[in-house]
Design a protein around this ligand. Structure first.
Ligand code: TYD
Ligand code: MG
Length: 481
């Protein structure tokens, strides 16, 4: 006999509990538990008695009827998916409401439809007229995208099973979909999961690629995309600072491509514009000549990206000074601060420290350590760093600057954007020489860098100045060209 399967399910992560509680122990979110019937879609009687049918086993080398990947025609989007949408794959695009997911997918589907593919756009959130209005604004009304405002998964699957198999289907959004097979209300974990499962089954059976849009929600009113993340082939998140025009599409998981690539877009009055050279964009509004800013020569995926790090170090009135960081790992900042204190005599315990990566980019590389340290010290001693220099290098706990990968690519990008010099790890110098035409300032320890910046400072005589007085600054070496 089937027992009652009512339980409390976290709408953020999907963890189930027997009783209600304020905080989800699995993901730590508050007020996200909602009562749901989790008995599943298959009646127990069928589940236990059904005999498995046999199926044919296939070889790895079989031929697929069509090109396995479908290029979207948007270079930045293709870069993140790893070269296009894979047949029969399901991709989840998550992001805050209003970030531009529908805009991105309207543009991508229109390009594909114009190229002659059968593309279907199912909107569960907006009426057909609203989607048309957006297309009109984007100048894409003439694209032969097949459009519907529907929310029933069964109806969608039956409709799409007729005629030629669509190459791409967009479901905007998965949180508005519902299936008859489960009782729960649309937007709950059980519904979102069951709907996603039905759509994934359809994609695998027919070979159509499906994009599921998922809203990231903070309040837990509707299930977050995390509950379907493990079911889909690829997860992309569409991010951006509300006030800024830049949007970054990031691969979080990808069974068919890299996960460290980013695609950069700019939201304009006429939709999303692809940004093929992100460095130019991130550096376009630089605070030239302000103490506390350093340009980091980073690598995102396969592409070098220059971005400005901004630091503010200010005396604190609090017992515990503030450490705030946007766009970088807070524990990485703590480590850099600790190394500055322990090895370079830079006292920061009486100061609030703020670090910000300009342009809304999120840096994950340890190579940003050196640029962060330079920006911090520059702000502390109120000394402006050279505006034509880029910084990169990893700082070890002993204060040694360690080499990082892809030095030539970083230098080349810096040279391309008109930078004259690079501050980099000692051991990286021999690697690429002055190929890029930059003068290289190789530093082997953080102490050297701190001494160099302090020497530029106008307030270097203050008590906060580095204790290491006799550190010899590495000489700038002019490269050819
Ligand atoms: P939308 O794609 O509807 O966001 P999502 O689907 O992620 O909720 O984008 C909504 C925002 O984008 C809205 O604030 C208006 C802005 N926008 C533009 O700035 N330019 C445009 O051409 C379009 C279509 C939208
Ligand atoms: Mg939308």
């Amino acid at each position: 006999m089937a027992k009652s399967t009512l339980s409390f399910v976290c709408q953020n992560c999907g963890a189930a509990y027997n009783r209600w509680q304020g905080k989800c122990e699995s993901c730590g979110e508050w007020n996200t538990l909602a009562e749901e019937d989790t008995s599943g879609s298959v009646p127990v009687s069928i589940r236990s008695k059904r005999k498995g049918r046999t199926f044919a086993l296939e070889s790895l080398s079989g031929k697929s009827p069509d090109a396995p990947r479908l290029s979207s025609g948007m270079t930045e989007l293709d870069r993140v998916t790893g070269g296009g949408f894979v047949r029969g794959s399901v991709l989840l695009v998550g992001g805050d409401p209003g970030i531009g997911k529908s805009t991105l997918l309207t543009q991508a589907t229109s390009l594909l439809a114009r190229a002659g593919h059968r593309v279907v756009y199912i909107s569960g959130e907006e009426a057909v007229a609203q989607v048309r209005l957006r297309a009109e604004r984007l100048g894409l009304s003439d694209a032969p995208v097949q459009l519907a405002a529907e929310t029933s998964v069964e109806d969608i699957v039956s409709t799409l099973s007729e005629g030629a198999v669509p190459r791409l289907i967009v479901i905007d959004s998965i949180q508005t979909m519902w299936t008859d097979t489960v009782e729960s209300a649309p937007g709950t974990v059980t519904q979102v999961r069951a709907s996603a499962q039905a759509l994934i089954r359809f994609a695998k059976k027919t070979g159509a690629a499906i994009i599921l849009v998922g809203h990231v929600t903070k309040d837990g009113q509707i299930a977050g995309p995390r509950v379907v993340e493990h079911m889909v082939d690829a997860v992309m998140s569409f991010e951006g600072e509300g006030s800024q025009q830049f949007r970054i599409l990031r691969a979080v998981k990808n069974r068919f491509g890299p996960t460290d690539e980013i695609g950069v877009f700019e939201m304009t009055g006429l939709g999303l514009r692809e940004v093929t050279n992100p460095s130019e964009l991130f550096l376009s509004e630089r605070d030239l000549g302000t103490p506390g800013t350093a340009v980091f020569a980073g690598i995102e995926g396969t592409r070098p990206v220059l971005v400005e790090l901004q630091a503010l170090v200010a005396p604190t009135s609090l017992g515990t000074p503030r450490r705030a960081v946007v766009g970088w790992d807070p524990s990485r900042l703590s480590m850099v601060l600790a190394v500055l204190e322990a090895h370079c005599g830079v006292k920061l315990s009486g100061h609030d420290v703020y670090l910000n990566v300009a342009g809304g980019l999120r840096i994950q590389e340890p190579a940003a350590d050196l640029a962060a340290a330079a920006a911090l010290v520059s702000s502390l001693v109120n000394a402006q760093l050279p505006t034509d220099a880029v910084y990169f290098g990893e700082i070890s706990l002993s204060g040694v600057i360690r080499p990082v990968a892809q030095t030539p690519a970083r230098l080349k990008e810096a040279a391309k954007l008109g930078f004259q010099r690079a501050v980099l790890p000692e051991s990286a110098r021999g690697e690429s020489g002055g190929d890029a035409g930059l003068s290289l300032n190789a530093v082997n320890s953080l102490t050297t860098l701190v001494a160099e910046i302090a020497a530029r400072g106008s307030r270097s005589g203050e008590s906060n100045a580095p204790a290491e007085k006799n550190a010899t600054p590495a000489r700038f070496r002019r490269g050819e060209g």
